[in-house]
Ligand binder design. Structure first.
Ligand SMILES: [Fe+2]
Length: 230
């Protein structure tokens, strides 16, 4: 498994291209914004982009979906159905966050409506990308329809904005629920092995073992409150 990370948007979101070394088949997880570098990487490495997979519908994770889909029209667009309340609201999302229309242009946040998803992801389904397998896990709490991808054979989990190194996702935006997020992480992440690498939606990678023992939200040493600004 090859992983290339592009840090995009003013929110420093980790857009990733994950590919099978042998077959060159690939997915893009969370294209945060239009990026020529991203398109050139996929073309330049002769990758066959099978799907654009969205962990959730926040603008910094889906803002580049339309552009990437135009460059790779055969790639599926996949997300969880319960995330459509955010996905369909992409053009309005900056307003929800208090960003005024005149600021949107300056910040590159004037969005066209996101393209129709090809189909919806369901908890437990397994996506095959060449020789790679990704299990979909529905993990509500940061948003209603957030999903994670677990690559068991590769000992890797892509956690989007559920879990970060040393913290967890914020739960004060529409659809957020702190208790639900903790439950989601315990059921879907901590149930995996400590040696799994955690690829987060923002910030550095970590491991499940490190988060299990030192993440204050998971070790039960932190007060109940929102995690961080993402
Ligand atoms: Fe988010």
């Amino acid at each position: 498994m090859l992983i290339e990370t592009f840090v995009l948007t003013p929110f420093q979101q980790n857009t990733r291209v994950v590919s099978c070394e042998k077959t060159r088949k690939a997915i893009c997880i969370d294209p945060g914004e239009k990026s020529d570098e991203l398109v050139e990487f996929i073309n330049g490495n002769d990758l066959d982009l099978q799907a654009i997979i969205l962990t959730h519908g926040h603008l910094d994770h889906i803002g580049g979906t339309g552009d990437l889909s135009r460059s790779f029209p055969d790639a599926e667009i996949l997300l969880h159905e319960e995330e459509m309340y955010l996905y369909d609201a992409l053009p309005q999302q900056p307003l929800f966050m208090g960003i005024q229309p005149d600021q949107m242009r300056a910040m590159g946040m004037e969005y066209e409506p996101a393209p129709r998803p090809t189909r919806f992801l369901t908890h437990g389904e397994v996506l095959r990308v060449g020789n790679l397998k990704f299990e979909v896990r529905h993990c509500p709490g940061h948003t209603r329809g957030h999903i994670m991808l677990v690559a068991k054979d590769e000992r890797a989990v892509f956690t989007g904005d559920c879990l970060f190194s040393g913290t967890i996702g914020r739960t004060d935006l529409p659809g957020g629920d702190f208790d639900q997020l903790i439950d989601s992480i315990r059921a879907n992440v901590l149930s995996l092995g400590d040696d799994f690498t955690v690829y987060c939606g923002h910030g550095p990678e970590t491991t499940i073992g490190r988060e299990r023992t030192s993440n204050p939200f998971l070790a039960g040493t932190h007060e109940k409150r929102s995690g961080n600004p993402f």
